[in-house]
Design a protein around this ligand. Structure first.
Ligand code: DGY
Length: 336
């Protein structure tokens, strides 16, 4: 970008109109408000000449794209998860990367809790039964599931969202909370959350309701597969609001079919938007299309945070040069 030219940015997916308008105050904006599906070659072509790109958690920003878009200076995502962005490759090329943490924490925790409760209390399964006109009379054990209050809540991945889920369980539902994480929380945080650190195997063995909230990457690929599912209680539920690929969906489908665990709640899938075909046929799994952060206020906040980052990363606006949630601020010579 030359010092005098207006920077150009591309917004790769449809987003709130007000966000486009905000970006227009600073940049020449190309957008995709029709939300067309752009294969990577088309994204590359549309990025020619762009100084920055606004993305979501679905566009692959990899070495191929970066090599084909040498002018790119900033990749700003409205998602908190950034496994679609090769941050190391961006850093090597001096491309600023940002994500959108914090603003979605409570909304995502609400949804994780709701999905866990829906699985435990068989809400989706019983609703289908009712809608199908099969409800003819009350029954003493009809759709009897597991309790949530007082049951042991297990959290795998105790970052911001994991802690928000733990807080809901401990304070709202009187649940003993156990967790496993790459690093143990500070003792005062454990005390505040009423959460006890355990080894992963113990977490699997003891949890009545296990919620996955860990980031996805090579280290967490299939963190829950057949061997892990085999350790869980037959009455347990498994909820995933993190990323597809953390769970081996084929192994989970088999465990659910054989009732080796009671139920699951899944918002994310391996290879989504495709869903393992067997999961679609099982009654004891609640399936939602990656919407854990999808309250309107939160999605707006996520989009505005990505815009804040893009504006600042390209040297404009009140935070010029200091994108608030940069993942590699060193490329701008900024220390957070
Ligand atoms: C996130 O922010 O990472 C959500 O999963 C949406 O992609």
């Amino acid at each position: 970008m030359s010092a005098s030219a207006t920077p150009r940015v591309l917004v790769a997916r449809a987003v709130f109109d007000e966000v486009i308008e905000r970006l227009r105050q600073y940049f020449e904006v190309r957008h995709n408000q029709g939300d067309a599906v752009w294969p990577q070659d088309e994204l590359i072509q549309r990025l020619q000449g762009a100084d920055g790109v606004f993305v979501t958690g679905t566009e692959a920003i990899d070495t191929r794209l970066l090599a084909a878009c040498p002018q790119l200076r900033a990749v700003c995502s409205m998602a908190v998860g950034y496994n679609n962005i090769d941050v190391a490759a961006c850093t090597e090329r001096g491309v600023l990367v940002s994500n959108a943490p914090d603003v979605l924490t409570e909304t995502t925790a609400d949804f994780g809790f709701a999905l866990m409760m829906a699985a435990a209390r068989r809400i989706s399964e019983s609703e289908h039964f009712l809608r199908a006109g099969r409800w003819t009379r009350w029954g003493h054990d009809m759709f009897a599931g597991g309790d949530v209050h007082g049951a042991t809540l297990g959290v795998l991945g105790m970052g911001r969202i994991g802690q928000a889920i733990a807080r809901r369980g401990a304070l709202g539902f009187g649940m003993p909370v156990i967790y496993h994480n790459r690093s143990r929380l500070a003792p005062e945080i454990e005390v505040r959350l009423g959460a006890r650190y355990v080894a992963k195997d113990e977490l699997l063995r003891q949890s009545d309701h296990l919620v996955l909230v860990l980031p996805y990457g090579p280290a967490s690929h299939h963190a829950i597969g057949a061997p892990e599912l085999a350790l869980m209680k037959p009455t347990a539920t498994l909820t995933n609001v993190a990323r597809g690929g953390i769970v081996d969906d084929a192994a989970l489908a088999q465990a659910l079919r054989e009732r080796r665990i009671a139920a699951a709640g899944l918002d994310v899938f391996e290879g989504e938007p495709a869903v393992h075909p067997e999961l679609l046929t099982l009654p004891n799994v609640v399936l939602t299309p990656h919407i854990a952060s999808a309250s309107l206020p939160t999605r707006r906040a996520m989009a505005h945070l990505a815009a804040d980052n893009l504006i600042a990363a390209l040297g404009a606006g009140p935070q010029a040069g200091k994108p608030p949630t940069a993942l590699n601020p060193q490329v701008l010579g900024v220390t957070r």
